[in-house]
Design a protein around this ligand. Structure first.
Ligand code: AMP
Length: 112
């Protein structure tokens, strides 16, 4: 989608600090990090949210989680949190599915 921020990052039209890229998935540092390490893992294909994914997307969802674990290994994170904000009330501000990988500090539970 030409007007989607994360599609434009995936297409290389908007610069980002990429930490992983393959045929299906891209990971890049969040521009406003909420932890010492904060990486966003996104599908190249536009999916507005987790809710928009279908059962047929399960392999892609698996790739996204696998990429989160790979990014954490690559960046030396032993403990980290993976977050998906789905919908406005949950804090989703960019309507392209993304998984937050947060690390480098402690996290409380339950989340706010
Ligand atoms: P969410 O609030 O879950 O939709 O997360 C969106 C995330 O995208 C936020 O943590 C933002 O800081 C991040 N973000 C917004 N614009 C950019 C950008 N151009 N490059 C990297 N991260 C971004």
């Amino acid at each position: 989608m030409s007007d989607c921020l994360f599609c434009r990052i995936a297409a290389g039209e908007i610069p980002a600090r990429i930490v992983h890229a393959d045929e299906h998935v891209i990971a890049f540092h969040d521009v406003a990090p909420k932890a010492p390490t904060h990486v966003l893992v996104i599908p190249r294909r536009h999916l507005a949210s987790l809710s928009a994914a279908e059962t047929a997307d399960a392999p892609l969802l698996g790739r996204l989680l696998d990429a989160c674990a790979g990014v954490a290994r690559q960046l030396g994170l032993a403990s980290y949190r993976v977050v998906v904000n789905n919908g406005e009330d949950a804090g989703q501000s960019v309507l392209h599915l993304h998984l937050h990988v947060l690390g480098g500090r402690g996290f409380s539970w339950p989340p706010g």
